[in-house]
Design a protein around this ligand. Structure first.
Ligand SMILES: *Cc1c(COP(=O)(O)O)cnc(C)c1O
Length: 399
């Protein structure tokens, strides 16, 4: 497609000019697992579904272009994408990884990859001295999430890439929370992007998918071998579903961003709330870096209630907002990281970053901000009343 088109146009047009035979506006779902060869030694470019499928290829080409990469690989989940990327490493290799990490990635590294002799150090990747201190002779790559989830810590991607290039390390970025609409780490020097496309790219809480994007011919060729060999590839129906979601990414991200900021500002003023973690608020420590390296903010943020006693009634009283364990969809979801997404991370690490029993994560959907504020407001009020009644009850019982 025309490279000069703006990202909104490229998103809306994914796959729409790829089927000249029929002119289909939406690229068809090719469910074929095998492709007829015209004759010995000839191929249409498609042989067997795991290696290449037309529907998946259209998705992959669009994603490579959106992320400014050389190749993209669609996987059956974000975890499948991460597993495929980590298969670049082997016995004796060491990785430096963002401290406030997605729980599933931590579990993959510690429960599975450790068995293959791959080790990881968890550090604040925005502290270059700390990065340097964690580097070993066998370090092969730096893996970052920015913003992190749930604490929204920001890493300076360009600074990390400069440092890792100097030491011959790969830089891998999990770009799930911002998507290429707001942030393109390959343009800032990264080598590999990973996505849980289950989140914003799919956007409707209805498809499980992952993506890998690579920069460089050699790395792209190596990743193609891993993708095909491990076989955790995305099915044609899901590839279609994901493309359909991505067509509205620009509109959704703009609304997610403005809604999340509105809700964060509301909670900042609320008497029951102790802290709000949102990189779009000017007193957030990562505000300047975030503004420089991204063109917008994600739709998730987290906050701490003053009293852990608020958590249970709050989650019981929210109505429009669902108490559920994901992010990035059009529907607003609230998560309790300490017992859900981050349960597999040891308490010491959780405490070090601040994932405690007062922290809630909010994936703000595209509903009207006023309705979300009203729902949160009534749930906080109901929680406050219950807490007061409970403490009055304890006080009278003690008398
Ligand atoms: C959800 C998520 C993953 C895992 O992706 P799945 O699609 O659930 O397998 C990885 N990284 C981040 C940041 C995520 O939010």
């Amino acid at each position: 497609m025309d490279e000069k088109l703006r990202i909104e146009s490229r998103l809306a047009q994914i796959g729409s000019q790829e089927d000249p035979a029929t002119g289909a506006i939406n690229y068809p779902i090719y469910n074929a697992t095998a492709f007829r060869h015209p004759r010995l030694g000839q191929s249409t470019g498609f042989d067997y579904i795991r290696t290449k499928n037309p529907t998946r290829s259209v998705l992959e080409e669009a994603v490579a272009e959106l992320e400014s990469g050389d190749a993209a690989f669609a996987c059956s989940s974000g975890m499948a994408a991460l597993t495929t990327v980590f298969a670049l490493f082997g016995q004796g290799d060491h990785l430096v990884v963002s401290l406030d990490l997605y729980g599933g990635t931590y579990r993959l590294l510690e429960r599975i990859l450790s068995k293959y002799g791959i080790s990881a150090s968890y550090v604040d990747t925005n502290d270059l001295d700390g990065l340097e201190a964690s580097r070993r002779p066998n370090t092969k790559a730096v893996f970052i999430e920015t913003p992190t989830n749930p604490l929204m810590m920001i890493t300076d991607i360009e600074a990390v890439c400069t440092w890792s290039r100097r030491h011959g390390l790969l830089t891998i970025v999990d770009n799930t929370l911002l998507t290429p609409f707001f942030q393109r780490p390959l343009e800032l020097g990264a080598d590999i992007i990973v996505h849980s496309a289950t989140k914003y790219l799919g956007g409707h809480n209805d498809v499980l998918a992952g993506l890998i994007v690579t920069k460089g011919t050699e790395l792209s060729a190596e990743m193609a071998i891993l993708h095909n060999s491990l076989g955790a590839v995305l099915a044609p129906n899901d590839s279609y579903q994901l493309m359909k979601g991505m067509k509205t990414l620009a509109l959704r991200m703009e609304r997610h961003e403005s809604n999340a900021l509105a809700l964060a500002r509301y909670l900042l003023e609320h008497p029951a709330i102790a802290e709000v973690f949102h990189p779009g608020l000017p007193d957030h420590p990562g505000y300047d870096i975030q503004k420089r390296q991204s063109s917008g903010n994600t739709g998730i943020f987290s906050f701490k209630v003053k009293d852990a006693g608020y958590v249970e009634p709050l989650l019981r009283h929210i109505r429009l907002i669902a108490f559920a364990e994901s992010l990035g969809g059009v529907e607003s979801l609230m998560t309790y990281p300490a017992v859900q997404t981050h349960a597999d991370i040891p308490v010491e690490i959780r405490d070090a970053v601040g994932v405690d029993d007062r922290l809630l994560r909010f994936s703000v959907g595209i509903e009207h901000a006023d309705d979300l504020i009203a729902d949160l407001g009534q749930a906080l009020e109901a929680a406050r009343t219950e807490l007061e009644e409970a403490s009055a009850g304890t006080a009278s019982a003690a008398e």
